[in-house]
Design a protein around this ligand. Structure first.
Ligand SMILES: Cc1cc2nc3c(=O)[nH]c(=O)nc-3n(C[C@H](O)[C@H](O)[C@H](O)COP(=O)(O)OP(=O)(O)OC[C@H]3O[C@@H](n4cnc5c(N)ncnc54)[C@H](O)[C@@H]3O)c2cc1C
Length: 354
């Protein structure tokens, strides 16, 4: 089948690998000019570790395992010691694998290259028409093309979902917080522990792993209306949330945000709740379908499992997308429900300011 995958994050890359390996002709599009690799290290856990093994990628992932200290030292406004707490969440497997987004993307991208899949950067879906026999896609570049199936792997603010299922506000559940992160120079290394300075509704921190240092911000707040692709607007939201804060190293972190050129990441802590992840010949995978929120620590694992199930079920159903999409959803739902119910712990840890 000729399948369009929109979005080259973990879900899109993994979908393209699994579908391409099963003999489908995949076209992968990505809005950004290149694969986006920044972000804090992410966890691969539970069934996703098994899937990584099935995909033949677990060994490479183990080799790139990131070493992140699992303790946070809370400090006061002068950097003085307040408390030392474990930074762990409810594990579902003892052998969770932590890896940087950069290394994971690289592993997936090189596995994808072996399938000969084409990636088109700077491209997005503009409109879709599903006539039952195929999907006509109009791209923002002006190009039009027909596909057998379309997968929306374009994240929390999915364009495919907006076009086919309706506006984001109908599906997005804002959990009352925002997260920002930026890479820092090695000279900002926090030492033995990750550091966190908190005051009610806000946290700012510095974490280190394998020679990299990253600053982060978390703050509470009602939904903000902003352009999800406008990085300068996102930087301003973070600056406004911490405006006037001179305590600890907050000014230094804000300066790093202002001066950053490409490693800044920002989004709301939100979930996507849809009663069904497919409509006709279009299906959603990863955060586009079921974002479990940044603090769940399970989004990447779910992106890996769901895309593997979908490709496997499509092969089993001999290309009958109705059967395959329904089976994909029933296999993936229980883990999504579990992940979506598990986020409150993280929020309490970072936003209480205790
Ligand atoms: C740059 C970046 C940094 C991240 N940092 C963290 C982090 O620090 N901590 C954390 O917990 N999670 C982070 N995440 C989210 C985490 O990677 C995902 O929750 C999880 O891996 C599920 O991945 P996904 O592929 O479904 O979504 P995403 O990782 O969000 O990938 C979606 C992809 O689709 C692309 N895209 C968006 N709109 C369009 C469009 N209209 N057309 C085509 N492509 C489009 C995006 O550029 C992106 O590459 C980050 C995501 C990104 C993109």
């Amino acid at each position: 089948m000729h399948i369009l995958v929109s979005g080259a994050g973990v879900a899109g890359l993994s979908a393209a690998i699994n579908l391409g390996r099963r003999g489908n002709q995949v076209t992968l599009i990505e809005l950004a000019p290149e694969i986006r690799t920044s972000g804090t290290p992410i966890d691969i856990r539970g069934e996703a570790l098994v899937i990584a093994g099935e995909m033949g990628l677990r060994g490479r992932m183990e080799e790139k395992r990131a070493h992140v200290t699992d303790r946070i030292k809370y400090v006061d406004e002068n950097g003085g010691f307040l408390a030392d707490v474990p930074f762990t969440d409810a594990n579902d497997s003892p052998d969770d694998l932590e890896i940087t987004r950069e290394d994971l993307s690289e592993i997936l991208t090189s596995a994808l290259a072996e399938t000969g899949t084409e990636i088109r950067f700077g491209e997005s879906v503009e409109a879709l028409t599903d006539d039952g026999d195929g999907v006509d896609v109009q791209f923002t570049s002006g190009r039009t093309e027909r596909f057998d199936l379309v997968l929306g792997a374009d994240g929390l603010h999915s364009k495919v979902r907006a076009v086919v299922f309706g506006p984001e506000r109908d599906y997005l559940r804002h959990l009352g917080a925002y997260i920002g992160g930026v890479e820092l120079p090695p000279s900002c290394h926090p030492g033995e522990y990750n550091l966190m300075y908190s005051f009610p509704g806000h946290s700012a921190g510095i974490m280190a792993y394998d020679g990299k240092v990253r600053g982060g911000f978390i703050f509470g707040g009602a939904p903000i209306d902003y352009d999800h692709h406008d990085v300068e607007a996102q930087k301003k939201i973070v600056a406004d949330a911490f405006a006037g804060v001179t305590a600890w190293r907050v000014p230094e972190l804000l300066q790093a945000v202002r001066e950053d050129n490409g490693t800044f990441y920002f989004d709301s802590v939100s979930q996507i709740h849809l009663s069904g992840w497919h409509r006709g010949r279009v299906a959603l995978v990863g955060d586009a379908a079921h974002c479990s929120a940044l603090l769940s620590g399970r989004g990447t694992s779910l992106a890996l499992t769901g895309t593997y199930y979908l490709a496997e079920e499509l092969e089993r159903a001999k290309g009958d997308h109705r059967i395959a999409f329904a089976r994909y959803e029933s296999r993936q739902r229980p883990s999504v429900d579990f992940a979506q119910q598990s986020v409150t712990q993280g929020e309490a840890l970072f936003l209480s300011g205790q």
